[in-house]
Ligand binder design. Structure first.
Ligand code: NAD
Length: 370
């Protein structure tokens, strides 16, 4: 079997498999073909790959002869590609047309962002490994842009109060943001619609602000669900109080397949102190503020609003390392010890992230997302 590692589009700095993970596949008698210069932006040369047993090939050779193709982004898969297995992060709930095209091309696609959020899936969970980086980097970016200290200081020249952070959404990114902000000495308040995260927030030293009446998300496989208008109004009033006191807002609230909820209005932003910073990592799905622009930094009323959902790519070495480990674990699931392909669609993980197969979109949520 040949596994091909493709070079990512220009905007991406990560790669789907690092040389250290290539060695694991080669030991299993799987050939690994890597597109020339695929690892450059993650600081891995073609030589680093060949030393671990990979072969450096052209894009055409990889498209023509690989059995399984590894990517992160699905943006540059040619329409001539037929009958291949594709593994990546394809955001199929937002890419219905592309999924239809791939189905028509008889591509079997596995989108790792659709894996069920279960204990068994944790080692393959690319959303978690990458969101952890996003949460960490969001706080560092905010600290860099903020015109004041994060920690409290009492000095001969006067006292500095600690920075006040407000974190919206305590998923993987939000929890890492709390931990990072606490390490830097900030005071942290947190909102989430899932009351069960309260204990985790508190154990990291954050204050959880409760809003009663959230919709029950227990049947949504760990993901958030849309809230009622009444709840959103109640939540907005409480968030407004916290935003007015905050120096930094890190917003991470997302609902898979939907537009991100607006939690911070323009009026709330105008109530913030000048010099305050908002890092919105939900920007790619619309953002959590009225003023967020994806991949842009907006200045309004003395507040800086950064819309950036690509923070994992700002740490390409570790992001690729963890992504590659997630992919390796998924490959274990779909190959036998003898390195033969074994697609067991009775397995909830294999079925759960398979989007297209046998000429159709087979994933129910993706099918209904149109
Ligand atoms: P996400 O990126 O989808 O969303 C971020 C957070 O925003 C979530 O905590 C969500 O509840 C919150 N949110 C949504 N709407 C909101 C609103 N209106 N106001 C405030 N907050 C709002 O989340 P994620 O990091 O992908 O994690 C989702 C869930 O999956 C969590 O329960 C997490 O513990 C779970 N999880 C499970 C596994 C596993 O078992 N394999 C792995 C990772 C995460």
């Amino acid at each position: 079997m040949i596994v091909g590692v493709l070079k990512e589009p220009l905007f991406e700095s990560r790669v789907s498999l690092l040389p250290e993970s290539v060695a694991t596949l080669v030991k299993k008698n799987i050939q690994v073909w890597v597109e020339a210069k695929a690892g450059d932006k993650s600081f891995c040369t073609d030589d680093d790959y060949t030393k671990q047993g990979a072969l450096i090939k052209t894009r055409e050779e990889i498209f023509n002869q690989s059995d399984i193709l590894l990517v992160i982004n699905g943006d540059e898969i040619p329409s001539s590609l037929k009958n291949k297995i594709l593994i990546g992060v394809f955001q199929p709930l937002y890419q219905h047309q592309r999924m239809q095209d791939w189905a028509a091309q008889q591509i079997t696609s596995f989108s790792l962002d659709m894996l069920p959020r279960t204990t068994r899936a944790q080692s393959m969970d690319v959303l978690s490994s990458q969101a952890n980086i996003a949460g960490y980097k969001a706080v560092l970016l905010a600290a860099d842009m903020f015109p004041r200290y994060f920690p409290m200081f009492i000095t001969a020249a006067g006292s500095i109060p600690p920075a006040k952070l407000l974190i919206l959404g305590a998923g993987v990114a939000g929890l890492q943001a709390i931990a990072t902000a606490k390490r830097l000495g900030a005071v942290v308040e947190v909102f989430d619609t899932r009351p069960q995260v309260k204990e985790e927030v508190m154990s990291l030293g954050g204050k959880f602000v409760e809003v009663e009446g959230a919709a029950d998300a227990s049947a949504a496989g760990g993901y958030a669900v849309e809230q009622t208008e009444e709840f959103l109004q109640k939540q907005k009033a409480k968030i407004a109080e916290s935003v007015a006191k905050a120096d930094i807002v890190i917003s991470t609230a997302q609902i898979p397949g939907k537009k991100a909820p607006i939690l911070v209005t323009q009026a709330m932003i105008e109530s913030m102190k000048k010099g305050s910073v908002i890092i919105d990592i939900a920007a790619a799905t619309g953002g959590n503020t009225d003023l967020t622009k994806n991949n842009e930094t907006v200045h309004h009323h003395g507040v800086t609003i950064v819309g950036n959902s690509s923070l994992p790519a700002s740490m390409p070495s570790d992001a690729s390392k963890l992504y590659g480990k997630n992919v390796l674990n998924f490959l274990q699931l779909i190959t036998t010890k003898e390195a033969a392909l074994h697609l067991n669609f009775d397995d909830d993980l294999v079925k759960g992230c398979c989007i297209t197969r046998d000429g159709q979109i087979i994933h129910e949520r993706v099918k209904n997302a149109n």
